[in-house]
Design a protein around this ligand. Structure first.
Ligand SMILES: Nc1ncnc2c1ncn2[C@@H]1O[C@H](COP(=O)(O)OP(=O)(O)OP(=O)(O)O)[C@@H](O)[C@H]1O
Length: 327
């Protein structure tokens, strides 16, 4: 769509907010009300935006779920008119020199776990988590967007059966190991992707990150080689040891298993400040401030303070030198 063109005779297209594999998102103003909106269009009419709006209609009303006002089709596009949100974590991260402090990452992870718990409670897995999909919205809340690759893992009340030989979906950088090897994605894969996101928010990048934008099979294979063999302490350098536990926990989840979101939130909340982060730098990140609120959690999230299932408990060797903490 062209800037300054009219969409549906009602919305003035102002600028492109972002585009990706499934569509383009524009900032637009409604001519009568002068209110701003985000409009996602799927030019090729592959049906992704239509499917995404169906997922979003189901998820409406949840904290951190973008409001959808209208979805439909024109001769050229399938479209969805949404609430206009702020910048993505990846954009803020770039603006701030490429890395977030622990003070910023902790509330991001806690809120992200609530988002995943919420969408999973509707039987939906996102399957394409990355910092670009988390947008800052009203009250500094984190919104999880882009359900173009989302799928149901509960169908007619039953968890889908284990399935291998599936095509890989999402992005190779944050993909779970099981996604790499073609196992159908379920809740555990979103959790593993979030764990890799935690490391990349802290360190600015992941060791297997490739500059090529092409999502080729060679790229997926190269990423897998590193991801599946790297020592987790090496991967989580400069991060708290809890990040290692987070990844280990995610990788140990079973195909059908419901993640213990509350255990993960407690793990993250329990992180002590890392040594050597200057206070002024932390304060300068206020633009990326995401509230660490005990926002409304779904009932199922409010589980008692039970320990994680014992088989999942991970013992981290205490001698690792980079587990630096403020005394
Ligand atoms: N409601 C919104 N308000 C403001 N910006 C938005 C909104 N929705 C999406 N965007 C912006 O547009 C970008 C692309 O949106 P989205 O991820 O939904 O499209 P996509 O084509 O599926 O992208 P990709 O293929 O990269 O995942 C987002 O990263 C974000 O910057």
């Amino acid at each position: 769509m062209q800037e300054n063109s009219l969409f549906l005779n009602q919305y003035l297209i102002e600028s492109l907010l972002g585009s990706g594999g499934f569509g383009s998102v524009y900032k637009a103003t409604h001519l009568t009300t002068q209110l701003s909106y985000a409009i996602k269009v799927d030019k090729k009419r592959k049906g992704n935006v239509k499917q995404e709006s169906a997922f979003l209609y189901e998820l409406q009303g949840g904290e951190g779920i973008v409001k959808v006002y209208e979805a439909g089709e024109t001769e050229e596009f399938t479209y969805m008119i949404m609430e206009l949100l702020g910048p993505s974590l990846s954009k803020i991260q770039k603006q701030q020199g490429g890395k977030f402090s622990l003070d910023t990452v902790i509330p991001i992870l806690i809120q992200s776990l609530y988002r995943l718990q919420y969408i999973h409670s509707f039987g939906v897995v996102h399957r394409d988590l990355k910092p670009q999909q988390f947008l800052v919205g009203p009250n500094n809340n984190l919104y999880l967007v882009d359900y173009g690759l989302a799928r149901k893992f509960i169908v007619q009340g039953t968890h889908i059966p284990y399935q291998s030989n599936c095509s890989r979906a999402g992005n190779s950088t944050y993909a779970s190991l099981n996604n790499h090897i073609g196992i159908h994605q379920t809740r555990r894969d979103d959790i593993e992707s979030l764990a890799y996101m935690a490391v990349s928010l802290m360190n600015g990048r992941l060791p297997w990150q490739q500059s090529s934008r092409i999502n080729s099979s060679v790229k997926w294979n190269n990423v897998y080689k590193i991801k599946s063999t790297i020592n987790l302490y090496e991967l989580c350098q400069n991060c708290p040891s809890e990040f290692v536990m987070f990844i280990q926990y995610a990788r140990a989840l079973d195909f059908h298993e419901e993640p213990d979101y509350e255990y993960l939130r407690r793990l993250i909340k329990g992180i002590q400040p890392l040594e050597g982060v200057p206070e002024p730098m932390k304060k300068s990140e206020s633009a990326a401030k995401v509230t660490n609120s005990s926002e409304t959690a779904p009932e199922s999230a409010k589980s008692p303070d039970e320990p994680p299932k014992s088989k999942k408990q991970v013992v981290i060797p205490k001698s690792k030198s980079y587990m630096i903490r403020r005394k």
